[in-house]
Design a protein around this ligand. Structure first.
Ligand SMILES: Nc1ncnc2c1ncn2[C@@H]1O[C@H](COP(=O)(O)OP(=O)(O)OP(=O)(O)O)[C@@H](O)[C@H]1O
Ligand SMILES: [Mg+2]
Length: 390
């Protein structure tokens, strides 16, 4: 009896906890246009206790995302913009002069990187050799070697950003420690209108009222669940994928191969599952690429190689995200706005595509998604036609 009660309460805690990553993700991407994948990679980094690099041209909301993530987390946070001239004391804290007088070499690390649970380092590839070594051991071993002593640091995840993919050999070790890598693309033309509206709202302060939705304790607990994910169904597919990636010139270091399972399990947890499915292997998109060419070809390789229902689910997911973006735009547009005509056409195209997809497989997950998507698109079409007075 007592055992039974214990189990039920464990499940209740588990369920509540399992909802938090999704809540964090939704809140994180809320103000931005087209930043879903960036939000996802931040969640994956948190769930797996790994580090992330977001690469992209200036002004693509990299810093804005990191700032918002920090406000959604109840954690000790450190952020810094690195330049070639950044000195160790700026990141790791100044030397303690009083201690030094007594012959003790020690840093005052309060509020600096060694004190942080989550850190954001902007322009991380500017790290010079004076900070690089300490950074490497903090990232890998969570240890700061401080001249004579070692300090254990609580860093859970580093979110970093850069405008470029590094090509200097001395940065290889740092780049390899950033498990998740993502290239952020500027917003595409069809969403420029929405970008203006959202950026306006952001500047006006409409999204300022944020409260933390996750604490460091939450991701420690979630991380325990990550290691309980049943991975039996995907191991063979993962090994096959490694071979295919290697054949297409995409070499994963042993470190990255070893950590792939953790990323896959983290994605399953994000989806609220304790069992990994082939669709979770899509996280390899963020682990396998190294150079610009890899980033270009990885999505196609994964779409090509992963089983059809998973491919279809991914495509439906993309259509779903676009539909939601369009939905938000329709809400804002006034009657007879000429943009509505364009939107009407793209909704019709999306509807035809979804209908076609529904005939490709009889997987119940696909049928469910197709039903809800068709429903959503039809409702939007109604809204658009009524705004157009048709
Ligand atoms: N996709 C987007 N959705 C909404 N607003 C955006 C988007 N992209 C950029 N912005 C607006 O532009 C501002 C500038 O973005 P931010 O400073 O975060 O860019 P960045 O990628 O960090 O640039 P840099 O590489 O120069 O540091 C954001 O605060 C936001 O107001
Ligand atoms: Mg920035």
């Amino acid at each position: 009896m007592i055992e039974g009660i214990k189990q039920v309460s464990m499940m209740a805690i588990g369920n509540d906890l399992l909802k938090k990553p999704r809540l964090f993700y939704d809140k994180l991407r809320e103000p931005f246009v087209g930043r879903d994948e960036e939000a996802l990679t931040i969640v994956l980094a948190l769930l797996s206790g790994e580090h992330l690099i977001i690469i992209g041209e200036p002004g693509t909301a990299k810093s804005a995302l990191a700032r918002r993530a920090a406000r959604l987390l109840n954690v000790r946070f450190f952020k810094y913009l690195l330049t070639r001239f950044t000195e160790p004391s700026e990141l790791f804290g100044p030397l303690d002069i009083n201690a030094l007088r007594k012959g003790i070499y020690k840093r005052i690390t309060t509020s600096k990187l060694p004190d942080a649970e989550i850190a954001f380092l902007d322009e991380i590839f500017n790290a010079n050799s004076a900070v690089l070594n300490s950074l490497l051991s903090i990232l890998q071993e969570r240890l700061l070697y401080d001249g004579y002593s070692e300090i254990r640091v609580p860093l859970w995840s580093l979110v970093s950003a850069s405008n470029r993919i590094p090509d200097e050999p001395e940065l290889d070790a740092l780049y390899d420690r950033l498990l998740y890598r993502h290239i952020v693309k500027p917003v595409s033309e069809e969403f420029w209108g929405e970008l203006l509206d959202r950026a306006w709202s952001i500047e006006k302060g409409d999204f300022e009222d944020v409260k933390p939705v996750m604490s460091s304790n939450d991701f420690l607990e979630l991380n325990k669940l990550v290691f309980q994910v049943d991975l039996t169904d995907i191991k063979q597919s993962l090994l096959r994928l490694f071979a295919i990636l290697e054949d297409s010139g995409m070499h994963l270091t042993d470190r990255r191969k070893s950590k792939a399972l953790k990323a896959i399990a983290a994605h399953a947890i994000f989806e609220g599952r304790l069992k990994a499915k082939v669709e979770d292997l899509f996280v390899l998109k963020y682990i396998a690429p190294s150079d610009a060419e890899d980033f270009d070809k990885i999505t196609n390789i994964l779409l090509e190689e992963l089983r059809t229902p998973e491919k279809i689910l991914v495509e439906l997911g993309e259509i779903e995200r676009n539909t939601e973006t369009i939905g938000r735009e329709v809400e804002k547009l006034k009657s007879f706005d000429p943009k509505l005509v364009e939107i009407y056409r793209s909704l019709k195209t999306a509807r035809r595509r979804v209908a076609m997809i529904s005939r490709m497989s009889d997987d119940p997950r696909i049928a469910d998604k197709v039903d809800s998507l068709i429903n959503r698109i039809d409702n939007l079409l109604d809204e658009v036609t009524s705004k157009l007075g048709m």
